[in-house]
Design a protein around this ligand. Structure first.
Ligand code: GMT
Length: 379
């Protein structure tokens, strides 16, 4: 099938999922067209059946805000016609589902039929989409999509609770390419980061408020009081400076390394002992899954879809949001006993196998087939 994928090309989880999905679909024989404002960060290799079409938004001084939705919907119309795209899969409702619907209607006028599959990722529903400024447009675009998927049961429930949704939502969990995680890096270069007796604790995110970055630092502060440890902070975002100041204030600057955004997540995870994700909400927690696939147990909160990914007392521990003392105690419990740590590492890896890319991508393929068939019959 010829599939157009629309996503945010940045380091966010939704863009990563969309990119990995496109690459796997291309390996399974589909022709994939990424349509977005810059080349997705994990899209290193373009091949004969992976294409990238850049959306340009010309700057015009009259516009206080440049009309990206308009440029995107026009680009979708052009690319569907030029490349014969048969289905559009848009990741993140805002504004992608909205722009795709406009494109679909423009194409219909020309007698071209292209169905839309929308995948809801989390903040497009829980934090941004449900804001009264966006809600009518988000509700409309979800209801107008030909199929809607959500990355967890929890996000599906949130969507049904927050919006007036008139259609069924398929739950297709996020996934991981285990071959990539298992085959890479026999040489972990752990020694570059910490002494042999030090534990390596890692946090990876876009460092927004929802990630509760100060809690990451506070949990680590408690851990390092009990056990020798280093903290790897990976990612960029508005809360990074707050974290840097807190680290300074707590006098632990020599134990915390800030990496910025990285394309070498698996390299960092391969020498990590524990992953911290104390988010205020998380529809899935792809970063936690990536950690688990590298055999890194996870200390997380119990909100949103996290309990569907991280199993309490097995692949890590879950606590209430902001329960810093509880999360610190759980972290120390795992780290302080070598056998316990070994067991949790093995469990984390085993748990990640439930989300193997080879089991999940066929679920999307089945949805594409069904949606295309239904759409062609009803139009
Ligand atoms: O985590 C973020 O803030 C980025 C955001 C995104 O859209 O890229 O992540 C959301 O989608 C990811 C992929 O489906 C999920 O793993 C994250 O849990 C979700 N983030 C939130 O719900 C806060």
């Amino acid at each position: 099938m010829k599939i157009g994928i629309v996503c945010y090309p940045t380091f966010g989880g939704s863009g990563v999922v969309a990119t990995e999905l496109g690459l796997e679909l291309s390996k399974r024989g589909h022709e994939i067209h990424f349509i977005t404002y810059s080349q997705p960060v994990r899209l290193e290799l373009l091949s004969s059946n992976v294409h990238f079409h850049e959306v340009h938004v010309p700057e015009y001084p009259l516009f206080h805000y440049q009309p990206y939705e308009l440029a995107l919907s026009s680009k979708l119309v052009d690319m569907v016609q030029l490349c014969g795209i048969e289905l559009l899969h848009v990741h993140y409702a805002i504004p992608h589902a909205y722009a795709a619907y406009m494109a679909q209607q423009m194409l219909l006028e020309k007698g071209i039929l292209v169905p839309i599959v929308t995948t809801l990722h989390g903040t497009d529903i829980t934090l941004v989409g449900s804001h009264p400024f966006y809600k009518p447009a988000v509700t409309f675009s979800i209801n107008k999509s030909d199929a809607v998927t959500s990355v967890s049961e929890s996000l599906k429930k949130d969507t049904m609770r927050l919006f007036d949704i008139k259609k069924d939502i398929y739950v297709v969990p996020n996934f991981i390419d285990l071959d990539k995680h298992l085959n890479n890096f026999t040489d972990c270069q752990r020694a570059m980061m910490a002494r042999d007796d030090e534990f390596i604790i890692t946090h990876i995110s876009n460092m927004r408020e929802v990630k509760q970055i100060p809690d990451v630092i506070k949990i680590f502060y408690n851990i390092q009081k009990e056990l020798p440890a280093k903290l790897m902070m990976v990612g960029e975002g508005p809360e990074k400076e707050i974290a840097e100041n807190l680290v300074e204030e707590l006098g632990i600057s020599d134990k915390v390394i800030f990496f910025g955004n990285s394309n070498e997540i698996d390299r960092i995870l391969c020498f990590s002992d524990l992953f911290l994700l104390p988010s205020q909400t998380e529809s899935f927690g792809l970063a936690a899954l990536e950690a688990m696939a590298s055999g890194v147990p996870v200390i997380s909160t119990n909100t949103g879809g996290l309990p569907e990914v991280n199993i309490d007392g097995y692949s890590g521990y879950l606590s209430d949001v902001n329960a810093v003392a509880d999360m610190s105690a759980s972290a120390i419990k795992i780290l302080k006993d070598a056998d316990t740590l070994k067991t949790f590492k093995a469990n984390a890896k085993a748990q990640s196998k439930k989300f193997d890319i080879h089991n999940i991508v066929p679920q999307y393929e089945a949805i594409y087939e069904e949606t295309l068939d239904k759409f062609l019959v009803s139009n």
